[in-house]
Ligand binder design. Structure first.
Ligand code: BGC
Length: 746
């Protein structure tokens, strides 16, 4: 056994040495322009001369087919010249192979192209948005959906996805909350790592794998006011304790690339932030891959006012540790001269090229540049087994927020059910953000999901009632009339897909348009109202929470939306999701998050405490919250020892009982609080979770092991320390409820 392992290690070493010598040989042969080409990625719609072509198209000087031909020729010439190493937005096996063929057969050195795309929650089989998937807390299934996304994208000629987004955010105004795993660092780290594994697998050279990209480095989710691209100002302790660990987890999981963020961090744009890109990323996290800029972000350093021109910005970016320029050709235009005149050392350029070429080697592109073909593409996209996983993931992403008098699950044999609302019979909006390659026609609407779930004698009637936004097409009367004739009303309301995601920050988190008025009109009928929410962020829904019978938080669930929602509504699936972002009562409470630092005056009855005078200080629904059709009880919290050392571990056991009458799954959560420390610590922090399935009446003992080394923090001097003292342990169904115990660190 040992001999075999030693032989394998030697073999790996030889492969690596061989690869490094090939890379050095290539670099030795490359011209300056070819080197910079490896650091350049073109995204057609944003790239230099392409803007001229697009202007001609817009002004009617050329036709669309002419435009397409010019676009393709344009890139082909650059590939042929060997001055372009990567392209974004190329999709389809045939076109990617055509372009690759030019790189391999017609360019001087035959270096393969790298094709990237935002494959964020599926390629053709569109899965729930990442925020929704995170609510499943199901790492295996999250890994699985990333793996399927990789399978489909690679079959369509893509080598690289700009995902996962591992930005923590505590601000639901920020539209990009939809793209991440919510507000918690521990959970976000686990999910980020699972996604990296799903995309990349064990061996990137397997042709059904794609390169992942941890983005946006760093602290983009901390944008002031939740306004996209806005400035970020935070202590180094918060940066390292809250925002960086998911990036560290992605690096540990072997992520091949990082993307720098568009924001500045404490005054330095991340694109040129040497502290982040070199000190933290290379030196502390030991990252070996390459960093790509966000779209156009090198040029935007000038707009930030941090550099006088693109030349200075591109020099600073390269010296800071940013290898590839996305979108604007800034490196291509501005680096060569600065290298020639010695302003930037050639070594720095060569090292950047080396990092990019290494990744191309890891992907196996030098040996197998054409990783797909038309036939493979056709049979892979939307394969039935992928669609099945989409349904399962969608079921598990749903969070049941309210279920008064156990109105849910609904009977399948109601006489008449009214399905109402602007999102009930809609395909497109079910995708949410970043589903550019998906086909809305593949989406099962909520209406059709319900129609196929009920008994054949049940009548389903439908009214739109109003639009998501604005006052047009209002028909409350028609909706109310149908509601009056029905046994129960299912109201499907929320946000349009483009109301979350990039550049979609909101200053108001209420149900948009007249949708809440529609709910009020339906409620007036006296019939039970079940609200299904379709949205990309937490919303402020205190009226609904108080008045309607049930609330099903369904997010944007992708192609199987309607089936998964019907599975939950009619009890074919017992909901098990739990919130990964706090739901506020009012936007004025934002940022509101469960693991906030302790104040000297916690909210209480007396006036002079940390609270609002015009509303609650508690959230509407806390982090970790979610109901089931059964009930769970927690008993017998046992902590292995009352005293433990810094190097030690604490075992925590708890009995979880299914006290209801249905089989169900519970996400058991463990939180820790450091009672006294030399810096103010959070009231509690998630440090473990387990998902358990229980039959009615069944009890299971759920065990956790907490490693004390993970309970430290950064002190004033930015040293990571673990201090002795009392720690509280909370285990329960969410961040507010549960049993409490303690141990001391000695
Ligand atoms: C976004 C990135 C994305 C890139 C490429 C940018 O605007 O911030 O998240 O990967 O575009 O599409």
């Amino acid at each position: 056994m040992i001999i075999v392992m030693v032989e394998m290690a030697m073999q790996d070493k030889m492969i690596l040495e061989d690869q490094e010598s090939k890379i050095n040989e290539l670099i030795g042969k490359m011209t300056l322009e070819e080197k910079v080409g490896q650091l350049t990625q073109i995204v057609p719609s944003l790239y230099g001369a392409f803007e001229e072509i697009i202007t001609k198209l817009v002004e009617g000087e050329i036709s669309y087919p002419e435009f397409q031909a010019m676009e393709k020729n344009y890139h082909k010439d650059e590939i042929r010249e060997g001055i372009l190493g990567s392209m974004g937005g190329v999709t389809g096996a045939e076109i990617s192979n055509d372009l690759q063929k030019i790189a391999i057969e017609e360019s001087r050195l035959g270096i393969p192209m790298l094709f990237g795309l935002d494959v964020i929650h599926g390629y053709k089989t569109i899965f729930p948005i990442p925020l929704a998937e995170a609510c499943s807390w199901d790492l295996d299934l999250i890994e699985k959906t990333a793996e399927i996304a990789a399978k489909e994208a690679s079959a369509a000629g893509i080598h690289w996805t700009y995902a996962p987004m591992v930005d923590i955010t505590r601000d639901p105004r920020w539209g990009r909350i939809a793209e991440g795993a919510g507000e918690d660092t521990y959970l976000g780290s686990m999910i980020g790592a699972a996604r990296v594994k799903g995309f990349q697998g064990e061996d990137l050279s397997e042709s059904h794998r794609i390169l992942a990209c941890a983005k946006h480095f760093a602290a983009y989710g901390g944008a002031v006011g939740g306004r996209d691209y806005n400035t970020v100002d935070m202590s180094l302790q918060t940066l390292h304790e809250v925002y960086l660990p998911p990036f560290e987890a992605a690096a540990k999981a072997g992520v091949g690339t990082f993307m720098s963020a568009l924001n500045d961090l404490n005054g330095i744009p991340c694109t040129v932030n040497r502290y982040l890109l070199t000190d933290v990323l290379r030196e502390q996290l030991g990252f070996k891959g390459f960093v790509v800029s966000d779209a156009n972000s090198i040029a935007e350093v000038v707009v930030h006012g941090e550099s006088v021109d693109r030349k200075e910005a591109s020099k600073k970016a390269l010296l800071a540790g940013l290898e590839m320029d996305m979108s604007h050709g800034t490196y291509q235009q501005d680096l060569p001269e600065q290298i020639k005149n010695g302003d930037i050392p050639t070594d720095v350029l060569d090292e950047a090229v080396r990092r990019v070429l290494r990744v191309k080697f890891h992907l196996g592109l030098f040996d197998n540049p054409y990783r797909t073909n038309k036939e493979l593409e056709e049979k892979t996209l939307l394969a039935p087994e992928h669609v099945e996983v989409a349904r399962e993931m969608a079921q598990r992403s749903i969070v049941l927020l309210k279920n008064e008098d156990n109105i849910l699950p609904l009977k399948k044999n109601h006489k008449k059910i009214a399905v109402v609302g602007p999102l009930a019979d809609n395909q497109k909006e079910m995708f949410g953000t970043w589903a550019i390659t998906g086909n809305p026609e593949e989406v099962v609407t909520v209406l059709s999901g319900i129609q196929s779930a009920v008994d054949k004698d049940t009548e389903i009637v439908y009214a739109k009632g109003c639009e998501v936004l604005g006052n047009e097409n209002m028909d409350f009367e028609g909706a109310v009339q149908l509601a009056n004739e029905s046994d129960v009303i299912i109201a499907v309301v929320g946000e349009n897909a483009d109301m979350s995601g990039e550049a979609s920050s909101r200053m108001d988190l209420n149900l948009p348009g007249r949708q809440e008025d529609l709910l009020k009109a339906l409620h007036q009928t006296g019939k039970p109202v079940v609200v299904v929410l379709i949205n990309g962020r937490p919303l402020t829904i205190p009226w609904a929470a108080e008045n309607v019978s049930a609330i099903v938080e369904a997010w944007q669930l992708g192609i199987q939306s309607g089936n998964a929602i019907a599975d939950v509504l009619f009890g074919d699936y017992n909901p098990s999701g739990k919130l990964v972002a706090t739901f506020p009562y009012s936007v004025g409470q934002v940022p509101i998050y469960y693991n906030h630092p302790k104040t000297g005056r916690p909210a209480g009855k007396i006036k002079f405490t940390s609270k609002y005078i015009d509303g609650p200080s508690e959230p509407l629904y806390p982090f970790g919250f979610g109901l089931s059709y059964t009930t769970f009880e927690y008993e017998n919290l046992l902590i292995s020892s009352s005293e433990v050392s810094k190097e030690g571990k604490v075992k925590v056991n708890i009995d979880v009982i299914n006290s209801g009458d249905r089989t169900g799954e519970e996400i058991v959560q463990l939180y820790i609080s450091d009672v006294v420390a030399s810096r103010v610590r959070p009231v509690k922090e998630l440090k473990g979770f387990k998902k358990v399935a229980l039959q009615p009446g069944e009890t299971k003992t759920v065990s956790f092991e907490i490693e004390i080394k993970n309970l430290g923090f950064f002190n004033e001097a930015m040293d990571y320390i673990i201090e002795p003292g009392l720690f509280k342990v909370f285990v329960g169904p969410n961040s507010k409820e549960g049993l409490e115990g303690e141990f001391s660190l000695v």
